[in-house]
Design a protein around this ligand. Sequence first.
Ligand code: COA
Length: 247
Amino acid sequence: MTNLILVERDGPIQIVRINRPEKKNALTLAMYSAMADALVAGEADDGVAVHLLAGAGGDFSAGNDLNDFLTLTSLVDSPIARFLLALAGLAKPAVAAVKGAAVGIGSTMILHCDLAVAAVNSRFQFPFVNLGLVPEAASSQLLPGLAGHRRAAELLMLGEPFTAEKAEAIGLVNILVPPGEEEAVALDYARRLAARPRQALRQTKALLKREPEPVVERIKVEARLFEEALRSPELKQAVAAFYERKK
Ligand code: COA
């Protein structure tokens, strides 16, 4: 186990903190492994309702350790892939608290989080093409889905750094905050999510991430889940609370 990844708990929120500030939180294979393990453990722990990804020091992550790239021979079977598949497969919501450098996988992992808060000093970059590489973490699909082809092409084909304002404008992050406040705001989001009925939240996330299908099919899928949810204790409680509110 590496201390370059810290796993912390704040009530029902599991915080996975990248802790290599002197290297701008660049990620080594051992760090990906530790993050994958933490996410898998958080998913299995009934006490955890929400995952939060954060960085120690002034940065979120400067991406893959560039030195590691030189010795990496297989990506498909690597800890990088294990981490990405664990992140992309999370059933519980994930929130990111971003600041400083968010480069490479430091940007693409945000695409897999449900909510993201960024300090205004964040600098994002998808630099793959400049390194002779190609997009990873499904960013070639998720980014155009988020920002449209033209803006995704600009970011993935030029690979230049871009500002927090731009990240907010294209929908990569939800909200910009002054530096130093990103984690408190992300925690606030996470706590608000953790206060929601868990089953409904999971099903909402699953629906949001479901492959596109004809609208009439989606109406039926939602209707089946909705029907089940009509029998949930949370609905009874919420309706009772509504009628009790003025008493
Ligand atoms: N891999 C390994 N080390 C990295 C790193 C990375 N991805 N990113 C930063 N570092 C290290 C630097 O080598 C430096 O180490 P040193 O102090 O031992 O020399 C330290 O972190 C600080 O980085 P530095 O470049 O001096 O900081 P900066 O503020 O001038 O620039 C960045 C910050 C993020 C813009 C710059 O470090 C950078 O471009 N990093 C590479 C990002 C990248 O290409 N990632 C891979 C994406 S696929």
